[in-house]
Design a binder for this molecule. Structure first.
Ligand SMILES: Nc1nc2c(ncn2[C@@H]2O[C@H](COP(=O)(O)OP(=O)(O)OP(=O)(O)O)[C@@H](O)[C@H]2O)c(=O)[nH]1
Ligand SMILES: [Mg+2]
Length: 435
């Protein structure tokens, strides 16, 4: 019998890998050939960092014909793990450069709703408008954000609400590093790569990105002892971020609120908001921004006067409440133009900048200290209004919060902050129309 041609066994020789990969859990960097494999055999359990219920992590010595590692029981394995923290690692993290995007904001500012609406919109719009496949790098790791999306957009005419993000629980992973138990936040990882009709389809390998997002509890961003520490480094993704999103909630500022009361009946801006079940941050939003600035400067060893060089996007949320406070809000942020004889969609930079200037003027009027704090930290600050829901939450007759119905939701501009961050920091994926 003719001998079967031997496939080169090591997976690193079978697909194009980065020279250095970054773990989305512990942010450690390592050469992809050091990646661990997770045993498939049900009998191989117990990991010194993750505990006895986790399957064994190992550095393989044997591979099957297709390049998959074989565990000690001879089972071909499919899943990888970080050599530093041993947590599960999507394959995309070995293949496409990571794009970390941090979503910062005070408690109840709307981070979780924004996250769900933005990923839900991006899944549709990236494919339809920008010929980009935006998809889960690992469906299991993204389960929480998929649950948020399902609740928000597939609950029909039932009233639903997203729960407050907790500071502990199943959104965190415990890892034993030496003698210490470290708590890492669960990352949500997406891959964004050109589809065959994208103008950069030929360069898919170089322009593709692995996008890493987190849903922190607002309390983790407050300037209080222990909110982020060596054994609970829950906001240290800030050090890796390509762009920072700060979710500013106008309904949490008394100066904005009195203006909003003229134009909206949203229950969050009413006197009895707490008895209806709504929350507000115990600290002012500019204090939360200043604390973020302090952490970023410390992690990146920046001097106090040094400007942050990556984009700081101020997401001014709950736009449905304060929309009437800026004039001519109708503007196209995505435009269609031709390139090399074919028509494509572009992010309209000039329109975005003029919208940003209007929102900045409003913030400067109502919360000048917030604008000053943002602009004395980052060189590039852009203000983007978004509404995760397009409508206000409802309360029932007994004045208890009902939440939202999927059939009523009309998110506005939730995809724009990420499109902007991708366009500015990952060249070749989302085109920018500059005129
Ligand atoms: N009107 C309006 N309300 C919103 C919108 N997005 C969120 N909310 C309300 O804001 C409240 C807080 O939203 P969350 O997304 O849970 O806030 P968060 O920042 O994740 O809060 P933590 O998890 O505590 O940090 C919810 O009760 C929602 O009803 C929006 O686009 N419009
Ligand atoms: Mg939340």
């Amino acid at each position: 019998m003719a001998e079967r041609p031997k496939a080169d066994p090591h997976p690193c020789n079978m697909r194009k890998l980065l020279t250095s990969a970054t773990c989305p859990h512990c942010w450690g960097t390592f050469p992809p050939e050091d990646v661990l494999w997770i045993a498939e055999s049900p009998d191989l359990t117990g990991d010194r960092k993750l505990g006895e219920n986790e399957r064994v992590r190992f550095l393989p010595t044997q591979f099957d014909d297709q390049g998959f590692a074989l565990d000690a029981d001879g089972y071909p394995c499919r899943e990888n793990a970080c050599p530093r923290c041993h947590l599960r690692l999507p394959q995309g993290n070995l293949e496409a450069p990571p794009l970390f995007l941090s979503i910062v904001g005070a408690p109840a500012s709307g981070k979780s709703y924004y996250l769900a609406s933005s990923t839900f919109e991006l899944r549709k719009r990236m494919a339809r408008d920008f010929l980009i496949n935006f998809t889960d790098a690992d469906a299991l790791m993204n389960q929480r954000v998929r649950d948020y999306e399902n609740k928000q957009f597939f609950s029909g005419d039932r009233y639903v609400q997203l729960e407050k993000t907790e500071k502990e629980g199943d959104l965190y992973n415990m890892v034993k590093m030496g003698d210490q138990q470290i708590i890492y936040p669960q990352p949500f990882v997406f891959t964004a790569h050109p589809t065959p009709k994208h103008p950069n389809a030929e360069n898919a390998e170089t322009v593709a990105r692995t996008i890493c997002l987190y849903d922190n509890a607002g309390e983790s961003y407050l300037p209080v002892q222990g909110a982020d520490s060596a054994d609970s480094p829950v906001t240290r993704h800030l050090a890796k971020s390509s762009a920072i999103f700060f979710v500013f909630d106008p309904t949490q500022d008394p100066r904005f609120r009195s203006e909003c009361l003229r134009v909206s009946n949203d229950p969050q801006i009413q006197e009895d908001y707490a008895s209806a079940g709504f929350r507000r941050s115990p600290q002012r939003q500019e204090a939360v921004l200043n604390e973020m600035v302090r952490r970023v400067r410390a992690y990146l060893r920046m001097r106090n006067t040094e400007l942050y060089k990556k984009p700081l996007v101020i997401i001014v949320g709950k736009y449905d409440v304060w929309r009437p406070l800026i004039d001519s809000p109708q503007v196209d942020l995505i435009v269609n133009h031709s390139y090399n004889g074919r028509r494509y969609n572009w992010l309209a930079l000039k329109n975005l900048q003029s919208l940003s200037a209007k929102v900045r003027d409003l913030l400067l009027d109502k919360t000048p200290e917030f604008v000053a704090a943002a602009e004395s930290f980052a060189k590039e600050v852009v203000y983007i209004p978004t509404s995760a829901t397009g409508v206000s939450p409802t309360v029932d007759l007994a004045n208890a919060v009902n939440g939202f119905r999927s059939i009523d939701l009309k998110p506005q501009w939730c995809e724009i902050p990420m499109l902007y961050a991708i366009a500015r920091t990952a060249p070749g994926l989302v085109p920018i129309w500059k005129n």
